[in-house]
Write a protein that binds this ligand. Structure first.
Ligand SMILES: [Fe+2]
Length: 371
């Protein structure tokens, strides 16, 4: 699986972008109104920290079941302290309410090659097709950052490179004078979810009947973009109603690009998931949990056995919503190629190999007007 940066790949950026759009459109074009029950399972992963392989495999089996049905699941028993989770959500609120327009402007993502920094609501559509249709602007406001060795509790291996293979510092942090507790809270939270993601990746490996350590060498200097997101209270709060057209959308329909996503949110609901039958379904809040969803790399590795999930965010309430997604990637210089166990004569590989960082950068750039 490992590849060097000089190894030629057989998929172009245009193909990768078009393939993601085709998949999204195929999911969105399904008729809605299903009567089939759709549940987002809650998986207690505490047994996965056991020294018993059988215990770890039992949790992996639940993940396999979730990934071949909803593609979304809550995890409890994850071990990330409550102080860490509440700490990052508190700092998210400070970031969006305490910084002046000029302080935010200085952090604007337009200064970054990787969309790192402050992202105003109108700067992007998560679904690039919305630029062509002239969709209503998304209401989300964000701050984005990526992996740094000092954020990695393992210390990394010193070989981290940016999405495009360069090695200059890429993050754009608010100053400690403006937000003194921001970076410590980010470092604490990021370290916990990065370690949790590596642990979950071993469970994903077991869930696919691979060696438990199959992906370990791919995550020694992994990409891991995280965001804090603010969704303002709805101008016209209304309960979820599939028969009505939404007047405000926080984040449009999309798939995530990487291996899987770990999502933390405040108590205000807003995440909506497209069921396998094509019906939008609000995600219930589960106290103390993370939501995990399958993303594009996992779909490509598994040849569609695990499908990238389609979701959106709509704040229908009179309360602000904050969320913190963590998009776990492999090392950006690695190649994502269909797993040997997921292809045979009857199921040939549907996807060409892609280099992780290049694919993510292409998807990110497509969200901007210049995309
Ligand atoms: Fe997402």
């Amino acid at each position: 699986m490992a590849a060097t940066m000089s190894q030629p790949l057989s998929v172009t950026h245009t193909e990768a972008r078009a393939g993601a759009a085709d998949y999204l459109n195929s999911r969105l074009s399904k008729p809605t109104g299903t009567t089939k029950p759709f549940e987002i399972p809650i998986i207690d992963i505490s047994p996965s920290f056991s020294s018993s392989l059988a215990d770890r495999k039992a949790v992996a089996a639940k993940i396999h079941s979730a990934c071949t049905s909803s593609g979304f699941f809550h995890i409890t028993g994850h071990g990330v302290p409550e102080t860490s989770r509440s700490g990052i959500l508190e700092q998210a609120a400070h970031f969006f309410s305490d910084l002046s327009p000029a302080q935010k402007e200085a952090l604007h993502v337009k200064h970054s090659r990787y969309m790192f920094g402050w992202e105003p609501s109108t700067y992007s559509y998560v679904n690039p097709a919305d630029w062509e249709t002239g969709a209503q602007p998304e209401t989300k406001e964000g701050f984005n950052w990526g992996y740094e060795t000092r954020l990695d509790p393992s210390g990394g291996d010193g070989r981290y490179r940016n999405l495009d293979g360069s090695s200059d510092p890429a993050n754009n942090w608010p100053s400690s004078t403006d937000l003194p507790d921001f970076f410590p809270a980010v470092r604490d939270y990021y370290g916990h979810v990065l370690s949790l993601a590596r642990h979950l990746f071993r469970l994903f490996a077991l869930s696919l009947d691979l060696q438990e350590t199959y992906f370990d060498a791919m995550t020694t200097h992994p990409g891991g973009i995280a965001r804090i997101l603010y969704y303002a209270p709805a101008k016209n709060p209304q309960p979820f109603d599939l028969s009505k057209t939404d007047s405000e959308v926080g984040l449009g329909a999309h798939t995530d690009y990487e291996c899987f996503t770990l999502l933390l949110s405040s108590a205000t609901p807003g995440l909506e998931i497209l069921s396998p039958d094509g019906a939008w379904t609000p995600s219930p809040a589960v106290e103390g949990s993370f939501i995990v969803n399958v993303a594009d790399f996992m779909m490509r590795w598994t040849n569609d056995r695990y499908k990238s999930t389609v979701h959106r965010v709509v704040n229908r309430t009179s309360e602000a919503r904050y969320s913190v997604p963590f998009f776990f990637s492999i090392n950006y210089d690695e190649v994502v190629e269909t797993l040997p166990g997921c292809v045979d004569a009857a199921n040939p590989a549907k996807y060409k190999p892609i280099r992780a960082g290049e694919y993510i950068l292409e998807r990110l750039m497509a969200t901007t007007k210049e995309g």
